[in-house]
Design a protein around this ligand. Structure first.
Ligand SMILES: [Zn+2]
Length: 183
């Protein structure tokens, strides 16, 4: 699968084309500049999100208004910025995508690895305020555990987080996994 960074096939130091090879002393293939020996490391990008929970036990999901997976549901989440902690990213995305704040500390739910270049860190948090439809979102909705839309989830990372959230409450989840889209 195409890595999100694989378009940059030229050496950022000298501009020559990069070759794929295993550098001496390394165990993985890397993109290496055969001119100046620069090694262009590719590593996964971290994404952070939060399963927002209300005092009636419902959780909020957002419906995507952008591709990929437009029209399907996900946990509010996004890419971690350079100056953020993952908790700060999760809180910012919750506000940007659903207009919600948080009260109290975030609790780590799980970490999901998509092997094409993403690591998704999802928290659980107590939501504060009124949810609203924000940027790149077509709908926000509170779901009771029995109402969760397992067959309409956008990403395996969302399904993984919701399964862990259910497991901690002693609630069963569907078998097998419902979501095909790795990410
Ligand atoms: Zn170079």
């Amino acid at each position: 699968v195409k890595h999100p960074h694989s378009d940059s096939m030229y050496c950022p130091k000298c501009g020559q084309g990069l070759a794929t090879t295993v550098p001496e002393g390394d165990l993985h293939e890397r993109l290496v500049c055969l001119d100046c020996q620069f090694v262009h490391y590719l590593n996964p990008s971290p994404v952070a999100g939060v399963v927002p929970v209300r005092d009636d036990g419902k959780v909020l999901l957002i419906r995507r208004d952008i591709e990929p997976q437009r029209g399907l549901w996900q946990v509010p989440s996004g890419f971690v910025e350079m100056d953020e902690s993952t908790e700060e990213t999760a809180a910012r995305e919750l506000m940007e995508e659903a207009g919600l704040g948080l009260s109290g500390e975030l609790q780590l739910l799980n970490v999901y690895t998509a092997r094409w270049g993403l690591v998704v860190i999802n928290y659980e948090g107590v939501a504060q305020g009124e949810a609203s439809v924000e940027h790149e979102v077509s709908e926000v909705r509170w779901f009771a555990p029995a109402e969760l839309p397992w067959t309409e989830l956008a990403f395996q990372s969302t399904e993984s987080a919701l399964r862990e959230w259910m497991r901690r409450r002693g609630l069963g989840t569907p078998e097998p996994w419902a979501t095909a889209f790795e990410g």
